[in-house]
Design a protein around this ligand. Structure first.
Ligand code: C2E
Ligand code: MG
Ligand code: MG
Length: 574
């Protein structure tokens, strides 16, 4: 540095209580061909004030001074420093090896006994100290850069998982002595994969960056916000006074995300699922606490839209069960753990058999029959439903063919579809293939979609629904009356049949309101020229009620429960 520009002025601060020594140093510096601009001070305190008032290139520091010595000044300078400080040369009247080492350890770049000071020696010491100081600075900067790389997420600039886990552990250890709570928010963006899949990873990255900025704006500086990976983030709140406070932070973040994020010209509105866990209430251990947050996040995911959930003990039990069901599902097809049962659909006036609804059952290793209400949502969340749905389609259609051939009756088969199955063309391809392979008349197959599933309908799913119709199969709107019961769904979609949910069957003949409602619904649907199946018929008065309304199709425990193939054959075809 200085060798390249030998005659650039060097600003020197001399701190020495001994005026004779200061003069000696100044004399030598004056003799050098290198120009020095010298400022002097006779004490550490004064030196520190002067140091702060200018940008010195080097400090020549006497070790022995009356109130505070040179090493104390170096240590204090570290707390004053702009940038990384200034090169320091320690001078001492003693030729002490230990003192030399102590000075270098404290942060001086060179040590020079006063007895050895000559013009050349002091000039060289200053130049060496400056060079050494420059190298040290570069080293420190490169260390900080690699530390940043190791600790920071490069996309968002947030702390990474490593820092988060370490900090949580430290905070929990510190928290053990406090009566404060420590709160954890773990969250991810719902369906983030879709943004990547549809718009590409570059857009996905911008969305993640904007997302991180938006969330950050809801937080205080001291709240550790980290990106754990992908679209998964965490926030640690120390000094939490109550769980209410944690819930409020989650709410604030969710509200802030109601405004869309923009990536280029496209706007994205994202929902998040937030899991909340609290130390020491939920766990004393950092890893366990993260697990609690994760479990709560899973729970939040089961809700539509942005949602935050606190961890509670029963969740653990639910989570373990969920995990168990998911692992049974994973190998259900290979291990023959799936079977279909069939519930007859009959004419309520004559008890005449019209057809069946295929209903899926899962058997655990121990022989426990798991209800579809439990395993279907799990299969939907893990996309296993696609494979399961294909299995159901094949088996139900094959069974229909067997019964039609065996009985020569014009039987129908209703098959439930998950909205997830409408996300790919596989459904239509398989449906067409099975119709051909088994030589089935397409209207004998009725595919049931629930109303809540229709809320997720977009253009491509709608075109697949229309594809089902084009194949000639019938379409039913299942569970009508439980969700939105929207008339617009009845008009917009190519539906043939509405299945009235069991919950709208009047519980007693005296329930005047529900009876009127049912009658009105039936009239409305009939006026739209749609077919009706009444579900959940359990009592003879319900059978009578729907027969009086001239419904020709009903399903319910009063007629038959869902039955195995063997029992259906025994009951109907022997
Ligand atoms: P869902 O399609 O509405 O099927 C009717 C449900 O009501 C069946 O429950 C049936 O056993 C029950 N049920 C029938 N009659 C009565 C009655 O009189 N009283 C009462 N209380 N219940 C009655 P299940 O078999 O447990 O199925 C529950 C739901 O699981 C089904 O509701 C359907 O949404 C779903 N599901 C079943 N199998 C499949 C499948 O293969 N694929 C898909 N995606 N979903 C399925
Ligand atoms: Mg159904
Ligand atoms: Mg139903």
């Amino acid at each position: 540095m200085t060798t390249e520009e030998p005659f650039k002025n060097i600003k020197v601060l001399i701190v020495d209580d001994d005026i004779v020594d200061r003069e000696m140093v100044k004399r030598h510096l004056g003799k050098s061909e290198q120009p020095f601009i010298i400022t002097e001070s006779s004490s550490v305190d004064e030196g520190l004030i002067l140091y702060d008032s200018d940008n010195f290139d080097v400090v020549l520091l006497d070790y022995r001074m009356p109130q505070r010595d040179g090493i104390e000044m170096i240590l204090e300078l570290k707390t004053h420093t702009r940038d990384y400080g200034t090169a320091i040369v320690m001078m001492s009247s003693a030729e002490d090896e230990k003192l030399a080492t102590a000075s270098l350890e404290a942060g001086a770049q060179d040590f020079i006994p006063k007895s050895e000071i000559t013009t050349r020696r002091i000039h060289n010491a200053i130049l060496h100290a400056q060079t050494r100081f420059k190298l040290e600075k570069e080293l420190r900067e490169s260390y900080l850069r690699s530390k940043d790389l190791a600790e920071k997420d490069s996309l968002t600039g947030l702390a990474n998982r490593f820092v988060f886990e370490e900090s949580l552990q430290v905070a929990i250890t510190n928290n053990a002595r406090d009566e404060f709570k420590l709160g954890l928010l773990l969250f991810d963006i719902d369906d983030f994969k879709c943004i990547n899949d549809i718009h590409g990873h570059d857009v996905g990255d911008v969305v993640l960056y904007q997302f991180a900025q938006r969330v950050k704006s809801c937080l205080r500086e001291d709240e550790l916000f980290s990106r754990l990976g992908g679209d998964e983030f965490s926030i640690m709140i120390t000094n939490l006074k109550s769980s209410y406070q944690l819930g409020n932070i989650a709410k604030r973040i969710m509200t802030s995300l109601e405004k869309p994020l923009s990536a280029g010209l496209t706007q994205f509105t994202v929902d998040i699922s937030v899991g909340m866990a609290i130390h020491p209430d939920n766990s004393l251990d950092s890893k366990e606490l993260i697990k609690c947050g994760d479990i709560a996040m899973y729970r939040a995911k089961t809700q539509k839209g942005s949602h935050a959930c606190f961890f509670y003990k029963d969740m653990q039990v639910e989570f373990v069960r969920r995990y168990e069901v998911e692992s049974i599902l994973n190998s259900a097809i290979e291990l023959n753990r799936l079977h279909l049962v069939y519930q007859p659909i009959v004419n309520p006036a004559t008890n005449e058999l019209h057809g069946f609804e295929a209903l899926l059952r899962l058997t655990s290793e121990s022989g426990e029959i798991i209800s579809p209400d439990e395993f279907i949502p799990i299969a939907e969340q893990s996309d296993l439903i696609v494979e399961l749905g294909q299995w159901v389609l094949l088996n139900a259609i094959e069974q229909l063919k067997k019964w039609q051939s065996k009985t020569n009756m014009k039987l129908t088969m209703a098959i439930n579809l998950s909205p997830v199955q409408l996300n790919s063309d596989n459904l239509l391809i398989s449906l067409k293939k099975h119709i051909q392979d088994f030589d089935i008349s397409p209207p004998d197959i009725e595919l049931e979609i629930t109303e809540t599933a229709l809320l997720k309908v977009n253009e491509s799913t709608l075109s697949r629904i229309q594809g089902i119709k084009k194949l000639g199969c019938r379409l039913a709107l299942d569970d009508f009356g439980t969700g939105y019961s929207s008339i617009s769904h009845l008009l917009l979609l190519p539906i043939n049949t509405v299945k009235l949910d069991k919950s709208i069957m009047p519980p007693t003949p005296e329930a005047k309101g529900p009876v009127k409602l049912l009658n009105a619904m039936i009239t409305l649907i009939k006026n739209l020229e749609l077919d009706i199946v009444a579900e959940g018929i359990e009592h003879p008065f319900q059978q009578e009620l729907i027969a009086r309304n001239h419904l020709t199709k009903a399903q319910g425990y009063l007629f038959e429960k869902p039955m195995s193939v063997k029992n259906i054959e025994k009951t109907y075809f022997m």
